[in-house]
Design a protein around this ligand. Sequence first.
Ligand SMILES: NC(=O)c1ccc[n+]([C@@H]2O[C@H](COP(=O)([O-])OP(=O)(O)OC[C@H]3O[C@@H](n4cnc5c(N)ncnc54)[C@H](OP(=O)(O)O)[C@@H]3O)[C@@H](O)[C@H]2O)c1
Length: 517
Amino acid sequence: MSRQGEEDRHPFLEGLSKHRGAVPTVMVIFGASGDLTARKLVPAIFNLAVDNLLPGDFHLIGYGRKAIEDRAFRASMDAAIEEFSRRDLDKEIWGRVRDHMTYHAGGYDDASAFAELAKKIQQIETALGRGVQRLFYISTPPGVFEPIIENLGSSGLAATHAGTNLATKVIIEKPFGRDLGSARALNASINQVFQESQVYRIDHYLGKETVQDLLVQRFANSIFEPLWNREYVNNVQITVAESIGVGSRGGYYDSSGALRDMIQNHTMQLVALTAMEPPVSLDPESIRDEKVKVLKAIQPLSLESKNGDVVRGRYSGGLVDGRPADRYLDAEGIPPDSSTETYAALRLSINNWRWKGVPFYIRSGKRMAKRVSEIAIQFKRPPGILFSEGSRFDLAPNTMVIQIQPDEGVTLVMNSKVPGLETRTQPVKMHFRYATTFGSNTPEAYERLILDAMVGDSTLFIRGDETEASWKLVTPVLECWKEAGVDGLDEYSSGSWGPDSSDQLLAEKGHQWRNSG
Ligand SMILES: NC(=O)c1ccc[n+]([C@@H]2O[C@H](COP(=O)([O-])OP(=O)(O)OC[C@H]3O[C@@H](n4cnc5c(N)ncnc54)[C@H](OP(=O)(O)O)[C@@H]3O)[C@@H](O)[C@H]2O)c1
C-alpha cells in the first residue's frame, strides 16, 4: 500500500478487502480516445490502483479507429489523470499500470482488427501462463454497440479463456436503446454472444454512494420501513435537475431529450430502489428481481392533454445565477423546428399492495433553478386536532429527503416548538451530510462500477428485463410526443423549476412540488 493510499483511504474501502487479489485481468476499452475514457474511466482505474484494488496482473488496451501510438496514448492518459482524477497523479503507482497499457487501432466493424486484438490478448494470456479474465468496456456512441458485440462473438474474444472458469465480461455504456424496440433488439444481439450473467449495463447513478445508501437507509433502520407504504406516505417526489443548458452538445441532445436522457434510466432506477420490496438477500439477482417487479407494477401512463400523467417543457431565455441565458432554440446545433423536450415530469401509479394510491412524481430538466438530484418521501399530515388552526401553527408534512447530489446526505423535516412562552410551531430540519461524517474524498461511481464488474458483482448494473420494463413505460410517451410535435410542449424560463403545467400535474391531486429553497 502506498503512502498516498494510506493517507486517503476512505471508510468505504474498509469493507472491500474481499476484492483484493481480483483475478488477472485484460481490460479493453472500445472508444478509448473519447471523453468518457479520459474524464472517468482511466482516472477510476488509477484510483483503484492507489487503493490496491487492481489485480497484480492488469493489462489495459485502448481500442479506437484513430491510429494512436502506445506512447501517445499513455501520455494522454497521464494528462487525463492529472486533469480529472480526485487524487494527484502518483507516478510510481500509475507506472505499474501504465507499463501494461497499449493502444490497438481498428474499426468497430472490422473483423480483421478484432482478430489482431484476439492475438494480442492471447499473447498476454500465454505470457502470464494462468487464468486471465477478459473485461470489455464499450464506451462508444451507441450506433456501434452492436457491431462491437458481434465481432467479440465472431473473433472468439467473448469466449471464456480456455482452461479456466473465468467468465468474460462486457460493460455497456448508456444509452441502452432509443425505445422499447431498439432496446429489445440490442438485448437480443447481446444474448446471442453473452450470457446475461456476463453483461454489465451501466447506469452510473447506481454507483453513487447515496443511491446505494438508499437500501441501507431503508433496510438497515427500523424507524423508516414500517412507515414506507400507502398508510403513511402521501406522495414521493424524485427530482433530477440540472442548472446548465445543452451547451455544445445540442446536436446529440436534440435527438434524445429529457425523457430518454434522464427519466428512462436514472430516474426510473431511483423509483425502483425507493419502491421495491425488501429482497430476500443482498445477492444481485434478488435485488434486481425486486426492482423489476416495481417497474412492471407501474400503470401505463395517461397521455391525455388534460389531466394526463405526463408534462413536457422546453427552456426559453431567462436568468441563471443572475446572468442572462439564451433559449434552447438558439443553442448550437438545434434545428429551428425542434420539438425536443428539455424538461419532463411524470405522475406514476404503482399498482401494488404497498403503494396503491400513492403518486410518485418524477421530473428532470435542464436550466432549472439549481442542480439537484433528490428523493423526497412526503408523509401524511398528522391528524389536525391539536396544532391545526391559526397562524401560530406552521405545520409542514414530515419529509425525508435523500439528496443524491450535490451535498450528499439525508434530511428529515419535522415540526418543532418555537422557543417562547406561547406555543408556536415551525418546520425544522435534521441533517446528515456525507462530507461532514465521512470526509469528502469519496470514491467516484466509476471506481465502484469497474471494480464490481471485475469481481463479478452485478448488483449495481441494469438487467436486460429492467431496461425493457422501463422502456415499455416511456415508449408510448415518446411516440405520442413525436406525433404531437410542438403541440403541448410548454415553455419555461431558464432558471425556473419548469413549466406551470408541471405544477398543475401535482395540484390535480392536491400536491405541490417541494422546491428545495
Ligand atoms: N462523457 C460522459 O460523461 C458520459 C457520461 C455517461 C455516459 N456516456 C456514454 O459513454 C459512451 C462514450 O461517451 P464519450 O463521451 O466518450 O463519447 P465520444 O467521445 O463521443 O466517443 C468515444 C469514442 O468513440 C468513437 N466514436 C465517436 N463517434 C463515433 C461514431 N459515430 N461511430 C463510431 N465511433 C465513434 C471515437 O473514437 P475513435 O474515433 O478513435 O474510434 C470516440 O473517441 C457513450 O455511449 C455515452 O453516451 C458518456
